[in-house]
Ligand binder design. Structure first.
Ligand code: FAD
Length: 420
């Protein structure tokens, strides 16, 4: 049993991305005093534009559904895979499995989306400070008691009963504690840019995310339609293939890779590039520990998975919602021990593991969705369920049984139980 300190905020959240604004909104709804510290000035660019339908339930809790319905974001009803030889899978249409509004989702511009989410947190009562960088989490023994942040240029200590790390890939706390571990099989990089008037399918597949294998099977492209006839196009591959191995001009590399891949090249005939190129690392990692005394991690601060199935924002929202419930419960019980704050750990990790398994399958050179579905049509339902992001249940094993011919996983990605 760990008692609470008296002064300051109930909760300080480091980072105002989707995970931070989710946990902040819900904790404010519970009536807690919440401070969100975001180092950037919003709106700001961010990658991660394609959502999974399972975000619906968290959006509902956040009061975001109406705002999303009024937004300019295209509706996404499907995902489609194209193999290295250009063979297209049937699109996986999410509403075919369950024809309801929660089976579709959106393709978002993250500058607008993250701003909407953070504004929503403020409307629900969270205090939001932009341009404030947290330098470290403060500890009294093994118990987090607040943060040291740079406020108006000065280091300032701010106490709180619970500190939530939502700092994304920066991973402030996992780096401070030295508990981040990489996933040895998933070390990629990405280069991407934006195009106007690329060829987008008509009808139900118009909002699809299309995932296209490069002809050499070393990587894949994403093709994501956004508002105003803009399409986000990016390539993901090992850094040795697209960064170090192909000269030092990322834009030239991206355009060469597109030219070499007829399935994507044909979609940008007549399109105009309207941005420079962006480069980002894309290494899968996790923290060994989700929570400790007085602290908890959410979103990418805890774990990042290769983005092939567009799972990042869904995991950010879902972990934010799980954390808000656990923190509310812990504050009510006057027990902010790691055990209590991290009570949702195993459910979260099981869900992440289900998607990670499908990620590894995709990178198996023998695997293709088109062939797999032809050979095992009965897997359609569990597969679509995973692609939707409906992974926080015990039935993932059905699909795993069928995927096991293709996947060898380096370890089980579990939490280090001894640390909580
Ligand atoms: P973030 O959105 O990164 O937010 C963290 C925030 O914390 C940032 O605003 C940052 O400024 C702030 N911060 C960091 N350090 C500090 C500090 N010390 N003090 C104060 N503030 C701080 N996901 C999808 O769902 N769909 C996709 O299609 C998709 N594609 C992707 C493609 C690529 C190449 C990559 C790399 C990722 C992709 N993702 C995708 C993943 C997605 O971007 C993330 O999972 C998602 O943004 C996680 O949200 P978050 O709130 O945890 O972190």
């Amino acid at each position: 049993m760990i008692a609470q300190p008296t002064a300051g905020y109930d909760c300080i959240i480091i980072g105002g991305g989707p995970s931070g604004s989710t946990v902040g909104t819900l904790l404010a709804d519970f009536g807690h005093r919440v401070l969100i510290l975001e180092q950037g000035k919003f709106p700001r660019h961010h990658i991660g534009e394609s959502l999974m339908p399972h975000t619906y339930w968290v959006f509902k809790r956040l009061g975001m559904l109406e705002k999303m319905n009024r937004s300019p974001f295209p509706r996404k009803e499907s995902v489609q895979f194209v193999s290295a030889n250009g063979q297209e899978s049937q699109p996986f249409f999410f509403p075919d499995r369950d024809p309801n509004e929660w089976s579709t989702t959106w393709q978002v511009r993250r500058d607008l989306f993250d701003q909407m989410m953070l504004d929503n947190a403020a409307e629900h009562g969270a205090e939001v400070r932009l341009g404030v960088r947290v330098k470290e989490v403060l500890f009294d023994g093994d118990r987090a008691v607040g943060v040291r942040a740079v406020v108006d240029g000065r280091p300032t200590d701010i106490p709180a009963k619970v500190v939530i790390d939502a700092s994304g890939v920066c991973g402030l706390l996992s780096k401070q504690l030295g508990i981040r571990v990489g996933d040895p099989g998933l070390k990629n990089a990405a280069i991407y840019a934006y195009y106007k008037d690329a060829f987008v399918d008509e009808g139900r597949n118009a909002g699809a995310t299309i995932v296209i294998h490069t002809p050499n099977k070393m990587g894949w492209f994403w093709f994501i339609p956004l508002p105003d006839r803009i399409t986000s196009i990016g390539i993901v591959a090992p850094p040795s293939c697209i960064i170090t191995g192909r000269g030092d001009d990322p834009l030239a590399t991206l355009e060469q890779e597109i030219e070499d891949c007829p399935s994507i090249a044909k979609r940008i005939v007549g399109a105009k590039r309207v941005s420079g190129s962006y480069v980002t690392s894309d290494f899968t990692y996790r923290s060994r520990q989700l929570a400790g005394n007085g602290w908890v991690m959410v979103g990418d601060a805890f774990c990042f998975l290769d983005p092939i199935y567009s799972s990042g924002v869904m995991l950010a929202l879902q972990s934010g919602a799980f954390a808000a419930d656990a923190i509310h419960d812990a504050l009510g019980a006057d027990d902010v021990s790691g055990k209590r704050l991290g009570v949702f750990g195993q459910s979260l990790v099981n869900g992440i593991h289900a998607i990670r398994r499908l990620v590894y399958t995709y990178y198996d050179r023998e695997f293709s969705f088109a062939k797999f579905m032809k050979a095992r049509p009965h897997c359609h339902d569990p597969l679509v369920r995973t692609l939707i992001g409906d992974v926080f249940h015990d039935e993932n094993e059905v699909l795993f049984e069928h995927l096991k011919d293709f996947t060898t996983l380096p370890d089980n990605f579990d939490l280090d139980r001894s640390r909580n």
